[in-house]
Design a protein around this ligand. Structure first.
Ligand SMILES: [Fe+2]
Length: 146
């Protein structure tokens, strides 16, 4: 089910919150592209866009955690790696079986629902850590510069 972005998903680090919101939109675009029957090309472009976005976003998060010596970095990185692996599997299935409602729902579950859960279960934890070490981390621009 498509969900609206909500401020409850914010972790209080402005740059990361903006990225999460864009990730959410890329997820919806992928879902819509699969449903719209825009063919293999459109689906591949959407999934490539999401993959690139996820890679950049994950590396921004990992850089932030590293810069603040987050103790659970390796567990968190494992979650990112597992997401990329599942995205690869979805892409493979879309190529093999072609777009369908089932695969659209799976794409939404993997991207939108995963992100919501990942934010609530994992990202909030590193955000708390970052903010406890660097109280001004929530300020615009500080995520990249710290
Ligand atoms: Fe994360």
């Amino acid at each position: 089910m498509l969900k609206d972005w909500s401020d409850v998903y914010r972790i209080g680090i402005e740059e990361i919150d903006r990225q999460h919101q864009d990730f959410f939109m890329a997820s919806h675009r992928l879902y819509q592209t699969i449903l719209d029957g825009q063919g293999q090309q459109g689906v591949s472009e959407s999934i490539e866009f999401l993959r690139g976005y996820a890679e950049n976003h994950f590396s921004a998060e990992e850089g932030l955690m590293r810069a603040h010596a987050y103790p659970d970095l390796s567990d968190h990185v494992r979650q990112h790696v597992s997401f990329m692996r599942r995205l690869g599997k979805l892409e493979h299935d879309l190529r093999t079986f072609g777009p369908s409602r089932d695969l659209a729902e799976r794409a939404l579950e993997l991207t939108q629902d995963w992100l919501i859960e990942h934010i609530a279960d994992e990202d909030v934890l590193y955000a708390l850590h970052v903010k406890s070490v660097t109280p001004d981390a929530a300020q615009p621009g500080s995520a990249a510069s710290s």
